[in-house]
Write a new protein. Structure first.
Length: 367
């Protein structure tokens, strides 16, 4: 029996449904604990896994909400062979739970350290890190990360043997799509949540400066984004008013369950100016659909662009000027930009979720 705890139903089922299917094929029984405000569980799971709602507030780190979530888990908790916990917030809550109550094997999965570790609440960050440091010393606690930078941010090297790094949530590799090469205008695409940590402000500033210098006739920017309850989300009206002033910039409201093929197939380069990530699945989707990459040089992005068969460019994180410079380079070097596009599908193959889920499975069930 495996208990799986998730703190975001939307992101988990859009990113990790393949893992649940993989575990079910291995004949594993699953108890799924998911947020009480999420009601879109796939009906196919109803007879295959046991579903348990737990309380998770939008204002997660308020003391009363932390306590409420803790006792919500305590009330619903069923002892199992393995507890698999996703997300910084639930890792923290379940970590405290492990201190007070007996559990067998616990796997804490960090898909990314998230905006919480960039917050100004230094006392809470210190306390959270101390909890994780205590847990990794316990015989029955192990940790999974999507990149080595996040692991090093939490633990010293001597604890690495109790951790595993996997290449994100992976992606289903399908037949190679038809190439959409650049002929005249370059179509850039941004697909993400609309918040500050995704670098949307830097991106719009770069577009505004490029348009002032009359580069607007050489490119389009298509933004597929959604607003959520993240404290770093932009004001929606201010964002839309800013977009309206950019004639070559188009915003499309989207959701977690949208068909990504149409979002990427008519574009050439995927832009992601994030300040922090785990390993973004949208970048993998872009590569799968033959989009070149133009991404910030944060550690989590380092695996996405190959040095042998280059499929894109990095730019300095939070740097409007370097982003603008790299966009101009792509506009002026279409033949090399098209080569990046041709290489993208080749480079996405190492993120095949069959490989990733097998590695994840072996780490979960290793003796």
């Amino acid at each position: 029996m495996i208990n799986i705890f998730i703190n975001s139903g939307h992101s988990f089922f859009s990113l990790r449904s393949d893992l649940i299917n993989f575990l079910l094929k291995k004949r594993k029984k699953i108890n799924l604990y998911y947020p009480n405000n999420f009601n879109k569980i796939n009906k196919n799971y109803n007879n295959k896994i046991k579903l348990n709602k737990i309380f998770i507030s939008n204002n997660k780190f308020q003391i009363k909400n932390l306590v409420h979530t803790f006792f919500s888990i305590k009330k619903k908790f069923i002892k199992s062979d393995i507890n698999l916990i996703f997300g910084t917030y639930l890792n923290f809550i379940f970590g405290i739970f492990c201190i007070f109550f007996s559990t067998k094997k616990n796997i804490f999965v960090f898909t990314g350290l998230g905006s919480f570790f960039d917050s100004k609440n230094l006392i809470l960050i210190f306390f959270v890190k101390k909890i994780f440091l205590y847990l990794i010393k316990k015989e029955n606690c192990f940790f999974v990360f999507y990149n080595s930078f996040d692991r090093s941010s939490l633990f010293e090297k001597k604890y690495f043997k109790k951790t595993c790094i996997i290449n994100g949530s992976g992606i289903t590799i399908k037949k190679k799509k038809k190439l959409n090469l650049i002929s005249k205008r370059i179509n850039f695409v941004f697909y993400s949540r609309i918040n500050r940590h995704k670098g949307i402000n830097e991106l719009l500033s770069a577009i505004e400066e490029l348009n002032k210098n009359e580069y607007d006739k050489y490119f389009n920017l298509n933004i597929y984004g959604l607003f959520d309850n993240n404290p770093t989300s932009l004001n929606k009206n201010e964002f839309l008013n800013r977009i309206k002033k950019l004639k070559n910039c188009h915003y499309y409201k989207t959701s977690y369950n949208v068909n990504l093929k149409k979002n990427f197939s008519n574009n050439h380069f995927f832009i992601l100016p994030s300040h922090r990530e785990g390993l973004p699945k949208t970048a993998l989707e872009a590569m799968l659909h033959n989009n070149g990459l133009l991404i910030s040089n944060i550690p989590a992005h380092s695996k996405l662009i190959s040095t042998s068969r280059r499929n894109g460019l990095f730019f300095k994180v939070k740097s409007v000027q370097d982003l603008k410079k790299k966009m101009i380079w792509l506009i002026n070097n279409k033949s090399k930009a098209n080569l990046f596009i041709k290489n993208s599908f080749y480079n996405v193959k190492r993120f095949d979720n069959k490989i990733i889920n097998q590695k994840f499975y072996e780490f979960i069930f290793k003796k």
